[in-house]
Design a protein. Structure first.
Length: 285
C-alpha cells in the first residue's frame, strides 16, 4: 500500500510536471510568435519606409527634372522670341530707313529694294533656321516626353518586379513559417503521444506488478490461512485423538474397574462357596 501510494504520488507529480512543462512551452511559443510578429512588422515597416523614401526621392527627382526641362524649354522659347522680336524690330527699323531713303533719293530706291530683298532673303534664311531649330526643339521635346514615358514605364515595371519578388519572398517565408509551425505541432503532438504511451505503459506495468503482487500476496495469505486451518485441524485431530485415547483409556479403566469389581465379586462369591463348601465339609466331617 505504501509503494502504491508512492507510485500514485509519483504519477500525480509527473502529470503536474508535464502540465507545467506544457504551459511553459505554450508561454514560450506565444512569446516566440509575438516576437516573430513584431520582428516581421518591424521589417515590413522598415521596408515600407525605405520604399516610401525611395519613391519620394524618385518623385522629387522627377519633379526637379520636369521643372528643369520646363525652365529650359521656356528659356529657349524666350531666347528665340527675343531673337525674333529683335529681328522684327531690326526689320521695322530697316524698313523705316529704306522708306526715308526712298523719299530722299530715287537712286536709293533700287538699293533699298535690293537691300530689302536681301534682308528678306536673310530674314527668310534666319526664319528657316529658327523654324528648323524650333522643329529640332519640338523633336527633342517629343523625344524627352517619350523617354520620360519609357522611363516611367520601366520604373513601374521595376517596381512591379520588386513588389512581386517581395511578395514571393514574404509568401515563401510565410509558407516556411507555416511548415515549421506544423512540424512543431506534429512534434509536440508526437511527443505528447509518446509521453502518454510511456505513461500508459508505466501505469499498465505498475498495475500489472501491483496485481501480480496482490495475487501473490493473496495466494500467500490463502496458503498461510490454509496452513493455519491445517494446523488448527491437526490440533483438533490430535486433541480428538488424545480425547479418544483418553476416553478409550477411561473406558478401559472403567471396564478394568468393572472387571476387577466383578472379579472381586466372583472371588467373594467363590470364597463364599468355598466357605459354604468348607462349612458343609466341616459339618460333614
Amino acid at each position: 500500500r505504501c509503494i502504491y501510494d508512492q507510485k500514485i504520488l509519483q504519477k500525480a507529480f509527473g502529470e503536474w510536471k508535464e502540465q507545467w512543462t506544457v504551459c511553459r512551452e505554450r508561454k514560450l511559443s506565444l512569446r516566440a510568435d509575438n516576437h516573430y510578429r513584431h520582428l516581421l512588422l518591424d521589417l515590413i515597416f522598415k521596408a515600407w519606409r525605405a520604399y516610401v523614401c525611395k519613391q519620394q526621392g524618385k518623385r522629387n527627382k522627377y519633379y526637379i527634372a520636369e521643372s528643369h526641362a520646363k525652365k529650359q524649354t521656356m528659356l529657349r522659347t524666350c531666347q528665340h522670341w527675343l531673337v525674333y522680336v529683335d529681328v522684327q524690330r531690326t526689320k521695322h527699323g530697316m524698313q523705316s530707313v529704306a522708306l526715308a531713303f526712298r523719299e530722299r533719293s530715287s537712286l536709293r530706291i533700287s538699293w533699298a529694294m535690293w537691300r530689302r530683298q536681301h534682308y528678306q532673303k536673310c530674314s527668310g534664311h534666319k526664319m528657316n533656321i529658327l523654324a528648323l531649330q524650333h522643329w529640332a526643339q519640338r523633336l527633342q521635346f517629343r523625344a524627352w516626353l517619350q523617354w520620360q514615358e519609357l522611363y516611367l514605364y520601366t520604373q513601374n515595371e521595376k517596381q512591379k518586379d520588386t513588389r512581386a519578388e517581395t511578395h514571393h519572398q514574404h509568401w515563401e517565408l510565410k509558407r516556411c513559417m507555416g511548415a515549421w509551425l506544423t512540424y512543431l505541432n506534429l512534434k509536440r503532438v508526437k511527443k505528447c503521444q509518446n509521453d502518454l504511451a510511456q505513461e500508459f505503459h508505466r501505469s499498465r506495468t505498475l498495475r500489472k506488478c501491483f496485481s501480480d503482487w496482490q495475487l501473490s500476496w493473496e495466494c500467500r495469505r490463502r496458503m498461510h490461512a490454509h496452513q493455519r486451518d491445517l494446523e488448527k485441524q491437526a490440533a483438533r485431530i490430535a486433541l480428538w485423538r488424545v480425547f479418544a485415547h483418553w476416553k478409550h483409556y477411561v473406558a478401559l479403566c472403567v471396564e478394568e474397574a468393572q472387571q476387577c469389581e466383578l472379579a472381586e465379586k466372583h472371588y467373594k462369591c467363590h470364597l463364599l462357596v468355598l466357605q459354604k463348601f468348607w462349612n458343609c465339609w466341616k459339618s460333614r466331617l
